[in-house]
Design a protein around this ligand. Structure first.
Ligand SMILES: C[C@@]1(CC(=O)O)c2cc3[nH]c(cc4nc(cc5[nH]c(cc(n2)[C@H]1CCC(=O)O)[C@@](C)(CC(=O)O)[C@@H]5CCC(=O)O)C(CC(=O)O)=C4CCC(=O)O)c(CCC(=O)O)c3CC(=O)O
Ligand SMILES: NC(=O)C1=CN([C@@H]2O[C@H](COP(=O)(O)OP(=O)(O)OC[C@H]3O[C@@H](n4cnc5c(N)ncnc54)[C@H](O)[C@@H]3O)[C@@H](O)[C@H]2O)C=CC1
Length: 209
């Protein structure tokens, strides 16, 4: 059976961006297991992420983690619409779909980008699995199909990509800073210097004699 390549308008249409979460104010609502997971994910990517967590109850693991991060504020209380004031990004992780949907509707009116952990249809964005090797970061998305696949694929990449890749990035940055001349010239030179990185890759089918 021949495999038809998907058209550009099919499959994963999400647009990845890499956010400076130490400059943006994040509100996380829900102090349970999922609240903890999302807090861990944010802090793993940036220990200085600016996060306010509001929860009627707050798990002790969240308290322990927050105690290590001065940029995290915990408020043990029910959500209040005023909590949205000054918020750039919202993550909803309460155990009530209805509560999540109500808060999401309020946020939408205010143009706040929102993730609703239990309802992909209501999300403006999804969290992804991330691999970090120094300055290199890779985001993984399965379009909401299988978070477990994303997690396993992250583990594979974490093991498979050598830590030395960061040194390579550092050297390329040094080289980049020595280059002068016009944009086209720089692109040409940098492509020439890095050609060996892809030289070992398998030839494309149409390149096979
Ligand atoms: C749509 C999305 C919205 C969002 O949360 O942003 C979403 C939704 C849901 N997740 C559910 C379950 C699980 N989520 C995880 C784990 C992760 N989930 C993450 C992202 C996302 N999860 C977004 C899509 C990402 C994508 O496109 O792939 C990761 C990648 C990032 C992160 O959260 O940090 C992180 C792995 C991080 C890592 O380790 O690298 C595990 C595994 C585990 O915990 O071990 C399980 C259980 C096993 C399973 O279901 O696979 C359920 C069902 C809840 C229920 O059944 O009640 C829903 C709701 C639904 O699907 O309806
Ligand atoms: N996206 C994802 O990765 C996953 C999503 N989920 C979904 O996430 C949801 C939450 O699951 P858990 O964290 O395990 O539940 P949980 O019961 O451990 O935590 C729920 C938290 O929400 C708080 N809460 C409830 N109403 C509130 C309100 N009005 N204001 C402030 N806080 C409020 C509770 O006090 C508690 O801290 C479930 O609906 C589950 O289906 C579950 C697993 C993974």
């Amino acid at each position: 059976m021949s495999h038809q390549p998907p058209s550009p308008a099919e499959g994963n249409l999400l647009f990845p961006v890499f956010l400076k979460i130490d400059l943006l104010q994040i509100l996380l609502v829900g102090g349970g297991y999922v609240g903890l997971e999302k807090l861990q994910a944010l802090l793993k990517n940036n220990p200085n992420a600016k996060i306010t967590l509001v929860g009627k109850t707050i798990r002790p693991e969240i308290r322990q983690l927050a105690a290590l991060h001065p940029s995290v504020w915990l408020l043990e209380k029910g959500f209040d619409p005023d909590d949205l004031h000054g918020i750039d990004i919202l993550i909803l992780a309460t155990d009530s779909r209805q509560t999540n949907a109500c808060i999401r509707a309020l946020a939408k009116q205010q143009g706040i980008l929102t993730n609703v952990a239990d309802t992909p249809e209501l999300c403006d964005f999804y969290l992804g699995s991330t691999v970090k090797k120094g300055d290199l970061k890779i985001g993984i998305s399965t379009n909401g199909k299988s978070p477990t696949f994303a997690k396993r694929f992250r583990e594979l990449l974490e093991e498979g990509i050598p830590d030395e890749v960061d040194l390579l990035l550092h050297n390329l940055q040094q080289l980049r800073s020595t280059l002068h001349g016009d944009f086209q010239e720089k692109v040409k030179l940098l492509n020439a210097y890095t050609a060996s990185l892809v030289a070992q890759a398998a030839p494309k089918p149409d390149e096979v004699p």
